[in-house]
Each structure stands twice: as structure tokens, then as C-alpha cells.
Design a binder for this molecule. Sequence first.
Ligand SMILES: NC(=O)c1ccc[n+]([C@@H]2O[C@H](COP(=O)([O-])OP(=O)(O)OC[C@H]3O[C@@H](n4cnc5c(N)ncnc54)[C@H](O)[C@@H]3O)[C@@H](O)[C@H]2O)c1
Length: 388
Amino acid sequence: MVRVAIIGCGAFAESQHIPNCVAHPDVEVVALCDLRRERLEEVARRFGLERASLVTDSAEVFRRSDVDAVLAATDHSAHLPLIAEAARSGKHLLIEKPMTMTQEESLQALRLVKQSGIKLCVDYNRPFSPSMRAIKEALEEHRTDPVTSPWRSKRAPGFPTLPEERATNLVITINDEIDSYRPQHLDPGRGGGQILGESCHWFDLACWLIDRRPVRVLASGSTRLSHSVTLDFEDGSMATLFFSVCGTFDYPKERYELTSGGALFLNEFFVETAVYGRGEAVRKTYPMQFDDLRTEVPEEGFAAYLAKRTLAQRRFLETGKMPALAPDKGHQALLNAFIRAVRDDLPCPVDERRGARATYLSGLAIQSIRTGMPVPVCREALDAFVQP
Ligand SMILES: NC(=O)c1ccc[n+]([C@@H]2O[C@H](COP(=O)([O-])OP(=O)(O)OC[C@H]3O[C@@H](n4cnc5c(N)ncnc54)[C@H](O)[C@@H]3O)[C@@H](O)[C@H]2O)c1
């Protein structure tokens, strides 16, 4: 049994960490910590965790001998102090994204982890989504064994294979809703804005999917709200993120489109994937993590998700209660991998070097917007983060 404490029992912990820990057969939640006592009492009651200790000072969590690992979902400004406390007390830590707010903080975090030997896992969950793993698998298979659709027109005789054809290009579209942000997310001292606070997810994901060294960042828009960012990679691959806060959750929030070697790999909000250009198109659907409408709409996939959203809205207007609908973005799988790493002394599923890389790339995107210029990725800086 891994004995866990959760620090920061706000919206995210309530929607993921707490229910995922409660559902895990090898996890015992021994302590909940938040600055707000009334919040602690509320979540303890809701999840039947009356036996867990409720504490308002995180230092107490790290002093306890009955805590093996800590999950933290607080303001971003608390991350480095929590990493330092975890290192001092020798407790393993799953920290929310972004791991740290600056490159300097990342170097400190790396040093602390190295000196203490704790496992630090950063909650970059998207690569743990079953749909994203399926896309990555199909992409890798295509890169090693490219298959061309038999009905594709033949290349003109003598036309050479061009270097650009070897690239993998990714477009990520984020349709976000302004109502999902609270003042602390945009506060430069507490949250750092949406490039650092949210787009760090997609910098990590782009590096994981494309699996090449990023060399340049070009961004425009707002450093705290809507923005577009292009990462260029060493082999000519590109990842472009378009993040708009002027949208609506009446439509799914995330869409991923990868093209590589004459094929297209599509991920529609973690509920459906499609691969085109390798013979007959292959579409797959994925069950959602939470789906209160499963019995009314038993189908899976994108069209079914839209139908469930419409039904959920109608239900809300009728009852004042919104049915839970959450595609599987990999939160639970990442938590399970972290618990496994702690229990069996395995490497961390998303380690501090990956956390540092995403914070670094976020900083470069912010710098690019501020200067109106593309910013090179410094090889030595990246190596400091990615080398063991
Ligand atoms: N991985 C993901 O996909 C994902 C999604 C949403 C949010 N998050 C992350 O989760 C974290 C929390 O976000 P949220 O939306 O739940 O915010 P929130 O404001 O709802 O919750 C944060 C909670 O932490 C508490 N807190 C702050 N500092 C604390 C401290 N030092 N000690 C104890 N408690 C403290 C606050 O009182 C609050 O209850 C953020 O890092 C956010 O980026 C991750």
C-alpha cells in the first residue's frame, strides 16, 4: 500500500487526484491539505475520507512518517517550495504542471531531486491517454515502415524525395472558454498565465510525439491568454499550437492533427482517432473516463460525445445538475504509473527533466511574444534539462 497525502484540494484535485486515489486499490489517502479548512471538510465528506488527517500547513504533511508520496495541485508559485520540502523530507512527489515557473527554478528543482534521490513526477498526462498512445504507436510504425495508399497518384518520374518530406508536422487546436480562468491563473506571480500554465502541456506533448530536438520557438498573441506558438524541430518538423480563449466548451476543447510521410493521424478530443493515407482509413473510438450518460448514449466516439454534450446541457437546464462527461486524457494512467514507480522503485513516468524542458519552452514562447522575434532553443540549456 502506498500512503498518499494530497496538497491543494481545489477544483483539479477534486476532479482527478482524489477520485483516482480513492479508486486505486494500492493507495491509501492518509492526509488532505489545503489552506482552506472548510474546503478540506467538504472534500473529505464527499469522498468518504473521514479517516484522513485534515491539515492546513503543508509542512506538517512532510513531517509525517506515515506519508510515502505526495500529490500537489496548488498555485504554481507553491511548486518549487513544495519540491524543496519533498526533497528535504525524502518524500516522492507528483507535482502539477508546470513543474516550475522559470528556468532558474527548474535548475534548482533538478539539483534538489538529484541530491535527495526522490522521485519527482510532473503531471503531463496527455501522453498517457489511450488515444494519444494509439496515435504515437501508429506514427512510429509509419515512420519505420511507411505504407502508401495504393490509390495514391504516382510521383512524376525523376522527382526526388525532398528533405522536407521527412518531417512530422503537428497542429494542435485548443478551443478554450474564458470562464475557466480565475484570477490566480493569470496572476504573473501565482499562475503565470496560460502559456506557462496550460500550453506547457502541448510543448511536452509535441516533443514526445515528434521525438526530435526542438530548435526554435516563434509565438504571437497574448502571453497570458490567446496565443499561437510554433516549435521548429531539428529535422524540419513543426508543431503549431493555436490556443484561443474566445471559444466554448459546447464544442470539444482539443484537436490534434499530425501529418507524416503521406499519412494523417487525427485525435479528436481523446474519444476518436483516425489514420488516413496508409491504405484504408482506420478509425477507433475510446471510452471516456467519466460518462454519466453511458446508458442513454451507449456509443463512443466524436459524434456520440457531441450528442452526450447536448443531452448533458438539457439535463442541466432541467435539474440544475451537470452530468459528468470527461474524455480519458490520461490522468488516471499517469497517477497509476507514478504509484507503480514509488511502490516498485521504477523510473518516474514523467521526470523532472521533462518538466524543466516544458517550462523552458514556455519561457521562450513568452519571450518571442514580448520581442516579436523567433527565439532559438539554446542547445546547452536544453541539454542541461534532458541529459541524465
Ligand atoms: N494536468 C492537468 O490537466 C490540469 C488541469 C487543471 C489544473 N491543473 C493544475 O492543478 C493545479 C490546481 O489547479 P486548480 O484548478 O485545482 O486550482 P484551485 O485554485 O481550484 O485549487 C488550488 C487549491 O490549492 C490550495 N492551495 C494553494 N496553495 C496552497 C498551499 N501552499 N498549501 C496548501 N494548499 C494550497 C488552494 O486553497 C486551492 O484550494 C494547478 O497547478 C493547475 O495548473 C492541471
